[in-house]
Design a protein around this ligand. Structure first.
Ligand code: 5GP
Length: 205
């Protein structure tokens, strides 16, 4: 893959605030960053648009794309298939546009193995698992069963967080946003790895 744009990977347990942070960072980037639109077999939620939020496709279509090696990575998350479309990402990177991937940790592991030069990986940490549950209930998008499934996955995802280049705590939205903006745009940014690793350890214990 020849590229001049960077691939910026964001992962986090559901409810950690990843989507809102990504939305703001893209809005403020003045067309320098774009979000990759993934394919999924999940049904659209209210307000979601085909081609903008996701390409909503059938299992059959997903499997065809898989057999045609059309995905940069793919994974089953919370009982549905999700995949990053390779051609979509390649085209943007070749145009020099930095591409953001909003994916889960399984997808990140696959991409780590691919031959891509410039990757920045960021894992968003929630302040606590209780806070995560509160946020999932408050946003009202998912049933209790789905919320339980997402919380179960959260712990597994947090256990993989150390493999990312950066851990960013999202306790205060603006602080998390500023840290992410520095990571992406400020070459001289000095990241405090120890501080965030301690936060992660506390969360898991
Ligand atoms: P949601 O259904 O809430 O939109 O997304 C559920 C999870 O699937 C999120 O953690 C999101 O990051 C992840 N996800 C979305 N698209 C992809 C993708 O293309 N690949 C992988 N591996 N995960 C994805």
């Amino acid at each position: 893959m020849s590229n001049s744009g960077k691939l910026i990977i964001f992962a986090a347990p559901s409810g950690a605030g990843k989507s809102s942070l990504i939305k703001k960072i893209i809005k403020d980037s003045e067309n320098n960053l774009e979000l990759s639109v993934s394919a999924t077999t999940r049904l659209p939620r209210e307000g979601e648009t085909h081609g903008k939020d996701y390409f909503f496709i059938t299992e059959k279509e997903f499997n065809e794309l898989k057999s045609n090696q059309a995905f940069l990575e793919f994974a089953e998350v919370h009982g549905h298939q999700y995949g990053t479309i390779k051609s979509f990402v390649d085209e943007k990177l070749e145009e020099g546009i930095h591409v953001i991937l909003d994916i889960d940790v399984q997808g990140f592991t696959q991409i780590q193995k691919a031959i891509i030069k410039d990757i920045i990986s960021i894992f968003i940490i929630p302040p606590s698992l209780d806070e995560l549950k509160k946020r999932l209930v408050l946003r009202g998008l998912d049933s209790n069963d789905v919320i339980d499934k997402r919380l179960e996955n959260a712990r597994k995802e947090l256990e993989q967080a150390e493999n990312f280049d950066y851990l960013v705590l999202n306790d205060d939205f603006n602080m998390a946003y500023n840290e992410i903006a520095s990571i992406i745009f400020d070459k001289d940014y000095e990241y405090n790895v120890t501080n965030n690793k301690n936060i992660l350890e506390d969360l898991l214990n």
